[in-house]
Design a protein around this ligand. Structure first.
Ligand code: DGJ
Length: 728
């Protein structure tokens, strides 16, 4: 709900449990008066919000200056801090005007409040299923000296503690201007007593949680790799110092963007915190000709006063209902078997058909043919860009293979890496200038490949047409969309020198455009994004690709930190997780960990023993049995591997609280042989039956006294499920 108090010129944005208050001061500058747990009134907020001036070093906004007027942007919680007019903190906005300076000063001009939400086209964005889900406030601002205009956009959910923010920059002047910094959000909080939580990682170890107290000065995370990256996820949370899973104040920030990003927290001389998040200004600029506009990506802010777990559940609900699109938002995801760890590049039609036959016997739904089916691709040194079938491997072509697989009653999926080109490829020989490069410099090479310049329409059209001709001819239900290196030597000959700063962002827009065209032309297609594992796991990708391969690391023990970290803001339905053969742990634990995701297999089914076959058949039954509680239920992280090196535990509870599935993994044997686990999220008044033992307990008992799991297996890498249902 959004209210405007026109007398005091105050906007109040309310979600079920939070309030966000913006004021317009006399000089028409916009200030953030409050963001936190819900409050009823706004009186007194202004008096509390301004910090003491730093003597004459805090410059006063001048045009209304009187002895009694002392508004200084240096001491005010600015709603969208601009560069160069007395606000010395990290800016949300900096525009280089036609005179060449970057002084930017936005003042309130007007606003509009309406039910519903605009899209962020050409960017992916959160959407509403009905206008009654949220209201939107657009605040119109202008730099009165340069006639650059900004619209600050806030969509406020009625049933979730989430606010979506973005900004639209327009050039209403007669001269060109360059955006140097345009962040999606700026939030000024009146304290720095917070810990910052971020998700760091690398290839095969994505999204580990890291927590540190805020300190004076600048701190934050960023990517300059052209993608959101393995190394830092575009997610951060500020949490009160004592916050844990179940209590404390939490502000979550997540950017709906798959390219270079920046999250920055600056704590200044008064001990306040400014948060900005958006496209990384490093290597970014955007020329705005008169009349043109620029849309920032959306940022999703979630507030919780009931701990980190509640923040995660809000993100999960929002992404399941308002970000993931199309058929696969609600359709049951196929249980797939993928050829990568089973065969790598070494397969032919007969081997794949044999995989499919075994997979069918095991009860699986889809065969995915991974890397190696096209051009001359027998290893990772060639053929990216040549998206036509390698007939010496697949005799009879794709048609015969797909016919034989689908005749078994399986669906068929295929691997692509559309944004890449191998120097050893027909495409490169025909178009050596199509890779991202700087003239007269040899580009860096990564995994023997270059990156295609997706900012160019001719390049995009070529790749789209190649994919279209395969997808329109054959019965293909799924694409694994891979991306195996980062961008270097970024420039594009198609743009003049003053537009070279646009190339990183145009690359991302180009990728989104192809994904958009594909998912519109083939609405039945399920995309699974992948980037050498989880190097592009972000909400921008989730808009097109309902599931994302979490990591190339399929060891279930190492997967624990990856999946716990990922779950901070991404739901189970989005987390690509498979059981693979090549790891040290038993199949039971592999299955128990992979169930916390889309579930599938990554192994050669012809090499399974009879015992393993029987075990996997049971696992497939469990996948179906627990699908709903995992995919539509709510997650509670009970024991996290970031805090406990011996044991991890998590729980899914169905929305109506009638069933719960608890998973416990023994990371390494602890000599503490007494283990009571307290559950969460149940209904205290309901009675629950533990399926395995038939024991009955009230929800209150299970959550407060807990269940005794001492006698469960507790050797290294053991794991087990505890399934509870409401007594009818
Ligand atoms: C990296 C992916 O993460 C793997 O799963 C696999 O698809 C390979 N690329 C194929 O080259």
């Amino acid at each position: 709900m959004i209210n405007f108090d026109s007398k005091n010129r105050i906007f109040k944005l309310d979600t079920p449990n939070s309030s966000y208050v913006i004021g317009i001061v006399d000089s028409d500058q916009l200030v953030n008066l409050y963001y936190g747990s819900k409050i009823a009134d706004t009186e007194g907020l202004e008096a509390r919000s301004f910090r003491p001036r730093c003597a004459s070093f805090s410059p006063l906004t001048n045009e209304h200056y009187t002895d009694s007027h002392d508004f200084s942007p240096d001491c005010a919680p600015m709603e969208y801090g601009c560069n160069g007019c007395g606000d010395f903190r990290v800016s949300a906005l900096s525009i280089k005007n036609a005179d060449g300076n970057t002084v930017t000063d936005m003042r309130y001009e007007g606003h509009r409040i309406y039910a519903g939400k605009p899209s962020a086209e050409p960017l992916p964005s959160v959407y509403l299923n009905s206008d009654s889900e949220a209201d939107t406030l657009e605040i119109y601002m202008a730099d009165r000296a340069t006639d650059i205009r900004v619209t600050l956009i806030y969509t406020v959910f009625n049933a979730l503690d989430a606010i979506i923010r973005s900004a639209k920059i327009e050039n209403a002047s007669q001269k060109p201007a360059d955006i140097e910094r345009a962040m999606s959000l700026c939030v000024d909080l009146p304290s720095m007593d917070y810990d910052l939580i971020t998700l760091y990682g690398r290839h095969a170890k994505e999204r580990s949680e890291e927590r540190r107290p805020l300190a004076h000065g600048l701190q934050g995370i960023a990517s300059k790799r052209g993608v959101s990256s393995h190394c830092q996820n575009p997610f951060a949370a500020l949490v009160s110092e004592n916050a844990d899973e179940d209590s404390g104040e939490v502000y979550g920030f997540n950017l709906v963007y798959s390219g270079n990003f920046e999250f920055c927290a600056e704590c200044d001389f008064s001990g306040t915190s400014r948060i900005v998040m958006g496209i990384n200004p490093n290597d970014f600029s955007w020329r705005l000709e008169p009349g043109e506009s620029f849309m920032t990506p959306e940022a999703v802010i979630v507030y919780s006063n009931a701990g980190i777990g509640e923040m995660s559940r809000t993100y999960h609900k929002l992404y399941n209902n308002n970000l993931v699109c199309g058929k696969w938002k609600t359709a049951k995801r196929p249980l797939l078997i993928n050829s990568w760890e089973a065969a790598y590049f070494d397969f032919d039609t007969e081997k794949l058909v044999s995989f499919a036959e075994r997979a069918k016997e095991l009860g699986m739904d889809m065969l995915v043919m991974d890397d190696g089916w096209f051009g001359e691709r027998n290893d990772d040194r060639s053929s990216l860009g040549d998206w036509f079938v390698n007939e010496s491997k697949l005799k009879g072509g794709l048609g015969e293979l797909i016919d034989r697989v689908t005749a078994l009653g399986l669906k068929f999926g295929i691997w692509y890496e559309p944004e890449m080109i191998s120097p050893d490829s027909e495409l490169f020989r025909a178009h050596p200038d199509w890779c991202v490069h700087v003239p007269n410099r040899k580009p860096c090479i990564g995994r023997h490949q270059y990156v295609l310049d997706m900012s160019r329409k001719d390049v995009r059209d070529n790749i789209f047409d190649q994919m279209y001709s395969v997808l329109s001819k054959y019965k293909i239900d799924y694409i694994k969309w891979d991306f195996n290196r980062n961008l270097t030597e970024v420039a594009c000959a198609k743009f003049p020198k003053e537009r070279q700063g646009e190339v990183f962002h145009r690359f991302v827009l180009g990728t989104y455009e192809i994904m958009d065209r594909l998912t519109k032309d083939f609405p039945h297609l399920l995309l699974e994004n992948c980037s050498g594992g989880g190097g592009r796991f972000d909400p921008g990708m989730l808009y097109y690709s309902p599931q994302i391969w979490c990591s190339d690391n399929t060891d279930p023990i190492e997967r624990l930190s990856i999946q716990f970290g990922t779950s901070l803001c991404y739901p189970a339905s989005t987390m690509g997780a498979h059981v693979s053969a090549n790891r040290r742990t038993n199949y039971n634990t592999k299955k128990n960990v992979a169930l916390w995701g889309t579930f599938g297999y990554e192994l050669d089914p012809d090499k399974l023993s009879d015992e393993e076959i029987a075990e996997i058949k049971e696992q497939v039954k469990e996948y179906h049995k627990y699908y709903d509680v995992i995919h539509y239920g709510e997650l509670y992280r009970l024991i996290t591997p970031f805090e406990n090196e011996y044991r991890a535990a998590w729980e899914f509870v169905s929305k109506d609280k009638s069933e719960a599935l608890v998973t416990v993994v023994e990371i390494k044997r602890s000599f503490d042989n007494f283990f009571i686990l307290k559950l969460s999220g149940l209904c205290p008044e309901k009675t629950y039956v533990i399926e395995e033992t038939g024991e009955e307990f009230s929800g209150a008992f299970l959550m407060n006294a807990g269940i005794n799991l001492t006698r469960k297996p507790h050797n290294d890498h053991d794991s087990y499920l505890v399934y509870l249902t409401e007594k009818k």
